[in-house]
Design a protein around this ligand. Structure first.
Ligand SMILES: Nc1nc2c(ncn2[C@@H]2O[C@H](COP(=O)(O)OP(=O)(O)O)[C@@H](O)[C@H]2O)c(=O)[nH]1
Ligand SMILES: [Mg+2]
Length: 263
């Protein structure tokens, strides 16, 4: 990842959308990625998530080069916080996927973004789009997820599929469902409980994401220092997300070139 560069000259930064219920571990996943690269515990994402409904994009700095990595994470604070003003509209998330919504827009649960909004982009190009959709789901609550949230996640997923956008699931909080992992996280590869969660109908059936694209991780949440086993799981998920996003922009760039050549 240190040497990774986007395979398309049109897209400098691969955009990854973190999508999932409140409390699933989206901010923690971003922080975990940041921790891996910094080699210490950081909490950048949590401070961002105080504004309900606001989208924000976070980048990770490469200490070796002093510049940002060619990928960014977009998160929407309190996406499914029903106790407040309701959930964000599915239509708006789809517009975000297509690149119509600029960073810093505050989503309105009762009204979809209008074309007159200063944060609305009329003619988004490839670099504005989301290049990989990451559903973040907690292993400890996957079996009791709210029907409405499952429906929205499925609707967004289907739209992403129609747009050709690759999708993965990050299954967080594995330590909460399998106590063995608390002492030895390496057991994640053989844990029956984790296997069951990955195969659980919400992950692979309802959301329709193949088991191979589901990454169980333990986020940094109470640790005081980083450790290699956690880093490896987080990096493995990240490496795949970045590769899928990159495949997508390469394919899209090639597709866009075809009509030019033939005309
Ligand atoms: N045990 C455990 N707790 C986690 C994990 N990931 C996140 N958490 C905790 O879950 C809570 C919600 O996480 P947060 O990242 O704020 O969720 P978000 O609303 O999706 O951004 C926080 O208290 C985290 O410390 C994990 O992998 N294991
Ligand atoms: Mg958050």
């Amino acid at each position: 990842i240190n040497n990774f560069q986007s395979g398309s000259s049109e897209v400098e930064t691969l955009r990854i959308l973190l999508h999932g219920p409140q409390g699933a571990g989206k901010s923690s996943f971003f922080n975990s990625v940041n921790n891996v690269f910094e080699g210490r515990i950081t909490t950048r994402a949590l401070t961002q998530s105080i504004n309900f409904g606001k989208s924000f994009t976070l980048e990770v700095k490469n200490d070796k080069t002093g510049s940002f990595f060619p990928f960014s994470f977009t998160d929407i604070a309190g996406m499914h916080n029903e106790t407040k003003t309701g959930t964000i509209q599915t239509d708006d998330i789809i517009k975000l996927l297509k690149g119509h919504i600029l960073d810093g827009y505050t989503f309105n649960p009762v009204k979809s973004i209008g074309e007159e909004d200063p944060k609305y982009k009329r003619n988004p190009v490839l670099k504005d789009r989301i290049h990989c959709l990451v559903a973040v789901i907690s292993a400890s609550t996957v079996s009791v997820m709210d029907e409405k949230i499952i429906k929205q996640m499925r609707d967004v997923r289907e739209k992403a599929r129609d747009l050709g956008i690759p999708q993965v699931i990050i299954l967080t909080k594995v330590d909460e469902v399998c106590p063995l992992l608390k002492d030895n996280l390496e057991k994640i590869y053989t844990s029956k409980k984790i296997k069951q969660k990955v195969r659980f109908k919400c992950c692979s059936n309802c959301l329709g994401i193949p088991v191979s694209n589901i990454y169980p991780v333990k986020n940094y949440h109470e640790e005081r220092a980083t450790n290699a086993t956690m880093d490896i799981l987080i990096l493995d998920a990240l490496q795949n997300i970045v590769n899928f996003a990159n495949d997508y922009v390469e394919d899209q760039t090639d597709n866009e070139k075809v009509p030019l050549k033939s005309s």
